[in-house]
Design a binder for this molecule. Structure first.
Ligand code: NDP
Ligand SMILES: O=C1O[C@H](COP(=O)(O)O)[C@@H](O)[C@H](O)[C@H]1O
Length: 508
């Protein structure tokens, strides 16, 4: 087990939603699991005026600790944990009171023995990232003479290639790349990491993982909720920026990449960058129109309950063209993947919450046993990222009885069946990695830029007035014509709640 050194975690934007809902619960779970070092302190910082005690009460109350009934023992645990939380008021903005902050950090460091090791977690609007980095540097908080210094930045990492490059350059003025941890919580998911292990530790899979055997690859990310309280943010972002550019292209890179020479952060990330660079960038309007599709949910009734359309949501422009459904077909220009189409879609308000990868294999070169429905007979590997995490292999078996008729059988594996099946929450895993200095599951600057390079032309094309934004009723599998992208006999696999469920294909 790697050692976690004594340290302090300083969270900017500590009065916000992410701190209370994700970060503090993740740190608490690390504490409970005895993963934190002996000397560890969290210092929250933001503009809101709060004492240490008020901050403790706020994050503990707003977090999920107290939602369920808890035992006396757990209450004592929470009280002991809360003692590790402190707060510093940054005044009117994030651009002035750093001398006070520096003094507080140094004092806490001495009192609590954090060995001058600091992680700065930026959980603020992204417009503040560079300002905070500059002020930390000017206050002398970034020098590594005594202990190490790391900075974690939240998504969105830019709104386009140009803004991502600007942000990278801005951060690099004050921190070296190895000190910068760009968080993508999908990389913290156990099943996303398992993509690497499935591919590179099984001789059974790797020899067929290429254009000779794979017909196409399909990825679905579906949510059963709308934009909830984040309409203001989402309307400026849209599904392509919110999910596709970051989380889904990270998943794509793990499917596409070549085997790394070892499992070190740099080797794995080098291969991921190469994979992202090999995605064919769409240039012509014709290609962009045929291979991309955007949609928006409209009002509907789900299980007897009325649901607002996207344009009626708080914070959303009533004439908005922002997509809540995005689907992209693309090719990968390299030896392994030439001519294999990838289909990726993401959407709010679909029937099932699910993220899965489906590897569709080609039919055998020579069909000895005829089947009426070749597609249903073809081999598939379905990797379920969430929920019901696991892997399903579909393969042909003989239908008992006369003749040689083929039907599909399932071979399934569920994470929950493993003895050590407790899956760490993504934020817990990623925070622990950053505390231990392991950046493998964080996105590197060049990875983020390569992803934007692919996405930029789609975003630009989608700004054209004449690009349609198709409506779909909330609670359905997206625009009715979304199967058209497959230009063939089949469409998207519409998964059910369980790995083995299938609600059919979106045939018009
Ligand atoms: N919440 C989530 O589920 C997710 C959030 N993120 C990212 O994490 C970061 C933080 O998100 P979240 O906690 O939801 O954000 P919040 O809107 O809750 O804001 C975080 C804090 O930033 C401070 N802040 C400083 N300047 C501003 C400003 N101009 N407008 C609003 N707030 C300001 C506020 O504290 P104060 O006023 O006290 O200074 C606020 O509490 C963002 O970059 C977001 O994109 C990423 C994935 C999911
Ligand atoms: O980053 C984001 O992810 C969530 C979905 O995360 P998941 O772990 O529940 O799949 C999404 O709802 C949100 O819009 C996006 O910003």
């Amino acid at each position: 087990m790697k050692k976690t050194q004594n340290q302090m975690l300083i969270i900017f934007g500590a009065s916000g939603d992410l701190t209370a809902r994700k970060l503090v619960p993740a740190i608490y779970n690390l504490y409970k699991g005895k993963h934190l070092p002996e000397n560890f302190v969290v210092l929250g910082a933001s503009r809101s005026a709060m004492t240490d005690e008020e901050f403790r009460q706020k994050v503990v109350q707003e977090s999920e600790f107290l939602k369920d009934k808890i035992s006396k023992e757990e209450k004592d645990y929470i009280s002991a944990f809360a003692e590790k939380l402190f707060y510093e008021d940054l005044g009117d903005d994030y651009d002035s009171k750093y001398n006070g902050l520096a003094k507080r950090i140094k004092k806490l460091n001495e009192e609590k023995g954090c060995d001058h090791n600091y992680i700065f977690y930026l959980s603020t609007p992204p417009s503040l990232y560079e300002v905070i980095a500059k002020n930390l540097c000017e206050a002398g908080l970034t020098t590594e003479e005594n202990g190490w210094k790391r900075i974690i930045v939240e998504k969105p990492f830019g709104y386009s290639l140009a803004t991502a490059q600007e942000l990278n350059a801005g951060l690099h003025k004050y921190f070296n790349e190895p000190q910068v941890y760009r968080i993508d919580h999908y990389l913290g998911k156990e099943t996303v990491q398992n993509l690497l292990v499935t591919r590179f530790s099984n001789s059974l899979f790797e020899p067929t993982w290429n254009r000779r055997y794979i017909h196409h690859v399909e990825i679905t990310n579906a949510e059963t909720v709308g934009v909830e309280k984040r309409g203001g943010y989402y309307d400026k972002s849209g599904a392509l920026r919110d999910m596709f550019q970051s989380h889904l292209l990270q998943v794509v890179s793990l499917i596409v990449m070549e085997p790394p020479i070892n499992s070190s952060a740099e080797e794995i990330r080098d291969e991921k960058v190469k994979a992202l660079k090999s995605l064919r960038i769409m240039t012509s309007d014709e290609e962009l129109s045929k291979h991309t599709m955007k949609g928006q949910y409209v009002a509907s009734t789900i299980n007897g309950e009325k649901v607002k359309g996207y344009r009626e949501e708080d914070g959303v422009d009533p004439d908005s063209k922002t997509e809540t459904f995005a689907a992209v077909k693309f090719f990968v220009d390299n030896w392994r993947w030439k001519d294999v189409p990838f289909y990726v879609r993401t959407a709010k308000y679909m029937p099932t919450k699910v993220t899965e990868v489906v590897i569709h294999f080609k039919s055998p070169a020579h069909e000895v046993f005829k089947s009426q429905d070749a597609y249903k007979k073809d081999n598939k590997i379905i990797i379920r990222i969430q929920p019901d995490e696991g892997i399903l292999i579909k393969f042909g078996v003989k239908v008992p009885g006369l003749g040689f008729h083929v039907e599909q059988a399932n071979m399934d594996f569920y994470y929950s069946d493993l003895d050590s099946a407790e899956i760490m929450d993504a934020y817990e895993r990623l925070l622990l990695d950053a505390m231990q200095g392991d950046a493998t599951l964080y996105a590197r600057a060049d990875e983020v830029e390569a992803a934007w390079r692919f996405v930029d032309p789609i975003l630009k094309y989608w700004q054209n007035e004449d690009v349609p934004t198709y409506g779909y009723a909330a609670g359905t599998w997206g625009p009715r014509n979304s199967d058209d992208m497959f230009e063939g006999h089949f469409g998207w696999r519409n998964p059910g709640k369980r790995l083995t469920d299938e609600t059919g294909f979106c045939i018009l």
